[in-house]
Design a protein around this ligand. Structure first.
Ligand code: DP6
Length: 339
């Protein structure tokens, strides 16, 4: 291959209903193998678009601004990884990477999931590894995206996606797959913004400290497979309450494990708690039913049935400290465009 081809990829962000937190101990860290499986909903609207094209020297632009330092180094290292994994000969040619995040970057809203998924796809297209995302290509690129960021493995597909932890040291059974397309169930996720700006401790460092210091980490890992299977069963049956219950349980177990980390990982702020309490009291009072989850950041995501989304969002906008409530539907597959 002489020159990269200009290629654009779009990947949607995803939110885990059953969470991933922690990497497998003892296996090659470069494979980024999760200690637990996870199950996610891909989100409409919230997405990353990434263009990879030939250039004189490597460059990375995010939302119109030139980026250097560690974030750029991570992007170029991922291009090198895709080049190497595809067994391409010689040195990787220099590339220009231009990304637009249609979501707040690094604020616990899964920008690394959509970002690494879009980067992986655009790089693979650009290096001539694939022209379209058929089934095998999508699965292959999902595994490569995982090496950039675990949650990115799930953003290759739309709808509802399961990532299995697997047990083989080479990662060959750590695979994501779509369980249901976006039209399986008319659900909405309310993204309740409770802060502006980037989070303080990234997921990668946070989960490693939990593995090393949280006394609850072994229990977290041990109890996760049952949650995963229960969520998959409820999702297939469109059983809202049981899905909501296991989703909340997985979220609070993960946050308990985070809180018991030394030093503690407290990703929430006061408004996070106010929103959680509001969702619960509205539900208990027989109002629009929602179930909460939150990631390595202060925002709350509330799963609800479509018919109740507008009313619940309106009530949550009234909670002190809430900046914005977005109503998001299940989103589509990631896509690739050769330019
Ligand atoms: C809390 O995928 O960002 O959002 O693999 O180290 O890049 P790395 O971590 P990342 O972690 C996501 C953690 C989470 C839960 C989840 O999305 O499953």
């Amino acid at each position: 291959m002489s020159q990269p081809r200009p290629c654009r990829a779009t990947a949607h962000s995803n939110i885990a209903l059953v969470k991933y937190w922690g990497k497998r101990d003892g296996d090659d860290p470069a494979l980024n193998l999760p200690a637990v499986g996870s199950l996610s909903m891909t989100l409409d609207v919230l997405r990353s678009e990434t263009l990879v094209s030939p250039a004189q020297a490597d460059g990375f632009e995010l939302d119109g601004a030139q980026i250097g330092g560690k974030p750029a180094a991570k992007v170029f290292a991922h291009l090198d990884r895709v080049w190497r994994l595809a067994d391409l000969n010689g040195a990787r040619p220099p590339c220009s990477v231009r990304s637009t995040n249609h979501l707040p970057t690094a604020a616990g809203l899964a920008s690394s999931a959509s970002g690494f998924a879009a980067l992986t796809i655009a790089a693979a297209g650009s290096f001539g590894i694939c022209d379209q995302l058929d089934g095998p290509a999508r699965a292959q690129l999902s595994a490569w995206a995982r090496m950039g960021s675990g949650s990115a493995a799930r953003s290759l597909w739309g709808g509802f996606v399961r990532l299995d932890a697997g047990s083989r040291g080479d990662g060959s059974d750590c695979l994501a797959r779509q369980l249901h397309g976006a039209d399986h169930w008319d659900l909405k996720l309310l993204v309740v913004h409770t802060a502006r700006g980037a989070k303080q401790v990234g997921s990668t460092g946070g989960m490693e400290s939990s593995r090393l210091t949280s006394p609850y980490y072994p229990a977290w890992v041990e109890t996760s497979p049952a949650d995963l299977d229960a969520a998959q069963t409820s999702l297939a049956a469109r059983a809202f309450e049981p899905l909501g219950a296991v989703m909340e349980h997985s979220c609070f177990k993960m946050h308990a494990c985070m809180l018991a980390t030394q030093p503690p990982l407290m990703y929430w702020n006061g408004a996070t708690l106010e929103v959680i309490r509001a969702v619960w009291s509205i539900r208990e009072a027989g109002g629009p039913r929602g179930f909460v989850t939150s990631d390595a950041g202060p925002h709350v995501k509330v799963l609800c049935e479509s018919a109740h989304a507008a009313a619940l969002a309106q009530q949550l906008r009234e909670v002190a400290g809430v900046h914005e409530v977005q109503i998001v539907a299940p989103g589509p597959d990631a896509s690739l465009e050769l330019l």
